[in-house]
Write a protein that binds this ligand. Structure first.
Ligand code: UD1
Ligand code: UDP
Length: 352
């Protein structure tokens, strides 16, 4: 069975690494890896291939950055050429980026079945480009791998239950796999020059970066927190902050780091403040309280007992959430049993 896997952005390299590792154990599967080139900086792309032992992509379209239509259009053309050449039995896409949408759309128009990992996530906020990508990708895919029961319910509400399989979350598999490696090697994956005690923050969501008021409110809150804040800065946010002087003195900006370094930073943080999808879950899996700098989350399972608090870009709510006591109760496991990749492979190779 030939599978063309399409990736392009940081979180997709991490998710694909988990599934590819399992696919490699099956001699009946031949995986061809296509990188759209949506992310291209060394520390947004290559570092993950190196660190997570992902084979070099068979193809890199090098589409780079651009408006949604330009970027997605360039991907569509490039992906179509490769799918016509490779003629796979299945195309595999991850998450909700423009690379996901382009991969699913190009494949389905060529009558190549599409499997979508991380299907059924909904914020119900159509202002998010990711929400449009998810809705369209799920609608045109043939096999939907839902990471949570909430995702199953969302797909059921859209009439897509017959195509849906509960896989659990591949990012949970990933945390289980790498957490042990980090704990067993305490001298490795260290970020130099960061304070002993800190909160960890990331900001890259368009609704925050493209709205100067939101960005200012978030940094105003950071300035008033009784903590150092380590902020590995996404290039999108870096470009915007270049023209602005709102970074408070307790915020330590660093370059984006590799996945293992990031996991260690998360494990050692007092709290996590983020608008990332993936980091909300990693904070949860690693037992760190999270503050979500968005007005909603797709990962509602993380909200119980205040493990994750939604604040949006609201200065006072962020400060209040940062002062909230540590949640007393343990996390619940609603993200599968750590074998999502095994379930995904089994389903994809059994004729679904
Ligand atoms: C994309 C995804 C988002 C995901 C995020 C993960 C879409 C619509 N958005 O957002 O869902 O959460 O990836 O990180 O697909 N840039 C660089 N170097 C790079 C990559 C980007 O400088 O290697 C800069 C460019 O100025 C670019 C901007 O970041 O215009 C945004 O990049 P883009 O891939 O369009 O969107 P992200 O914000 O990264
Ligand atoms: N991440 C990383 N280095 C960083 C910041 C994030 O490896 O400097 C990881 C993070 O641990 C998570 C993933 O990138 O696994 C999340 O990606 P991102 O926040 O870019 O996208 P989202 O999940 O919001 O789509």
């Amino acid at each position: 069975m030939k599978i063309v896997t399409i990736v392009g952005a940081r979180p997709q390299f991490i998710k694909a690494a988990v599934v590819s590792r399992v696919l490699k154990t099956n001699p009946a599967v031949h995986e061809v890896l296509l990188h759209t080139g949506q992310h291209y900086d060394e520390n947004m792309s290559e570092i993950f291939f190196r660190e997570l032992n992902i084979p070099q992509p068979d193809y890199n379209l090098e589409v780079g950055s651009g408006s949604h239509a330009r970027q997605t259009g360039a991907m569509l053309q490039g992906i179509e050429d490769i799918l016509l050449k490779e003629r796979p039995d299945l195309t595999l896409v991850y998450g909700d980026t423009n690379s996901t949408l382009a991969g699913a759309l190009a494949a389905t128009k060529l009558h190549i079945p599409v499997a979508h990992v991380e299907a059924g996530l909904r914020s119900f906020n159509r202002m998010m480009p990711e929400e449009i990508n998810r809705i369209v990708t799920d609608r045109i895919s043939d096999l939907l791998f839902a990471p949570t029961r909430t995702a199953i319910t969302n797909l059921e509400n859209e009439g897509l239950l017959p195509l849906t399989c509960f896989s659990g979350d591949v990012m949970y598999d990933s945390v289980l796999f790498y957490q042990k490696l980090i704990l067993d090697n305490p001298e490795r994956y260290i970020t130099t020059g960061i304070p002993q005690e800190y909160m960890l923050a990331t900001i890259h969501r368009a609704e925050n970066t493209d709205n100067p008021g939101n960005l200012r409110n978030i940094f105003n809150a950071f300035a008033r927190l009784d903590s150092e804040i380590v902020l590995p800065l996404h290039p999108r946010t870096k470009n915007i902050l270049k023209s602005s002087a709102i970074i408070p003195s307790n915020v330590k900006i660093i370059e984006p780091v590799g996945y293992l370094q990031m996991m260690k930073l998360t494990m050692n943080a007092r709290k996590v403040l983020t608008d990332s999808g993936g980091l909300q879950k990693e904070a949860y899996f690693l037992g760190r309280p999270c503050i979500t700098l968005r007005t909603e989350t797709e990962w509602v399972e993380t909200l119980h007992d205040n493990w994750n608090i939604i604040t949006g870009p609201d200065t006072e709510l962020i400060i209040k959430a940062a002062l909230a006591p540590h949640p007393g109760k343990p996390q619940k496991n609603e993200f599968g049993d750590g074998n999502s990749a095994g379930i995904i492979m089994q389903k994809m190779t059994s004729g679904f």
